[in-house]
Unconditional design. Structure first.
Length: 290
């Protein structure tokens, strides 16, 4: 059986510590803050990131430098037969396309998965890949399995403020101003390769209900052939405080009784565009490992 290394980026929400504990290689995503380069978790903590965000620092996301990615792969291949690399969705960053291009020079030893996921659903793909590798699947086989089920996931997000969506050009300044006055909370959806508008409601309470109702509808339609208790991974992600998170978790647990719940901070690449105080719910269909 070939020795396969599972590689992802920090957009998955997998920390360096968690990666080392579970045998997963995590490529830190780069950020420019006031034109200074930082790397998620290595030179930029969650706390430092949000401090800069609240100070209205100029923050720009970037993709990993090709040289850094090649150095990582070359080092891994000294001890492993193959690499399965799971970057963030190609629809949200060019880092996936870059990795696919670079992998062409490795004669099949590096397989790059483009399964259109980020954050909590990307993280689940990483652990699915790890389990498949442990059951003897090759990197190419795992890539096909993950890409075949690329659309079998859903994420809904709401934000506390329109400020950061305005900064990123996703809402106009006029719409942001009106939204602030009327307490408008947009609900956004990631289903495949794009971050799209899903609904607009007044107040965070209504936004939370909208997300729960949307997830219930997905269970009834998109995942109608699944038993939610056994066939679906359910997860929460957040940039909010502990008190708001606890309230959100209670609501979700009441809405989906008996379902195991994974709870993680949102990756910084997503947080950069939506700001603090945001919450999300996501799910993905479980993969059968034979």
């Amino acid at each position: 059986m070939k020795k396969i290394a599972i590689v992802t980026d920090s957009n998955s929400g997998i920390t360096q510590k968690e990666g080392k504990e579970n045998g997963i290689f995590v490529l830190p995503m780069p950020f420019y803050i006031n034109d200074e380069l930082f790397f998620e978790e290595l030179t930029l903590s969650q706390e430092e990131f949000y401090a800069h965000l609240k100070e209205d620092a100029e923050i720009h996301t970037s993709q990993p430098a090709p040289g850094d990615l090649l150095d990582l792969w070359d080092g891994i291949l000294k001890d492993y037969d193959e690499i399965l690399h799971i970057p963030m969705s190609s629809g949200l960053s060019s880092s996936c396309e870059t990795a696919v291009s670079l992998a062409l020079d490795y004669d099949g030893r590096v397989q790059v998965v483009n399964n259109q996921r980020i954050s909590i659903t990307q993280k689940q793909s990483v652990y699915d890949a790890k389990e498949l590798a442990e059951h003897g699947r090759s990197a190419a086989e795992i890539k096909k399995i993950l890409e075949d089920c690329r659309f079998e996931s859903s994420i809904y997000i709401t934000v506390d403020t329109l400020k950061y969506l305005k900064r990123g050009g996703r809402v106009t300044p006029a719409a942001a101003a009106i939204g602030a006055v009327l307490n408008i909370k947009p609900v956004l959806q990631i289903n495949g390769e794009k971050l799209d508008a899903f609904a607009k409601v007044r107040g965070m309470k209504a936004a939370r209900k909208t997300m729960i109702d949307a997830m219930k509808k997905d269970f009834e339609t998109k995942y109608k052939d699944c038993n939610p208790l056994t066939d679906i991974h359910l997860a929460l992600a957040y940039t909010c405080g502990e008190e708001d998170l606890a309230e959100w978790r209670c609501e979700v647990e009441a809405a989906f009784p008996g379902m195991p719940l994974i709870v993680d901070p949102l990756s910084l690449s997503v947080s950069c565009h939506i700001g603090p105080g945001s919450i999300a719910i996501g799910c993905s269909k479980k993969i059968t490992v034979n």
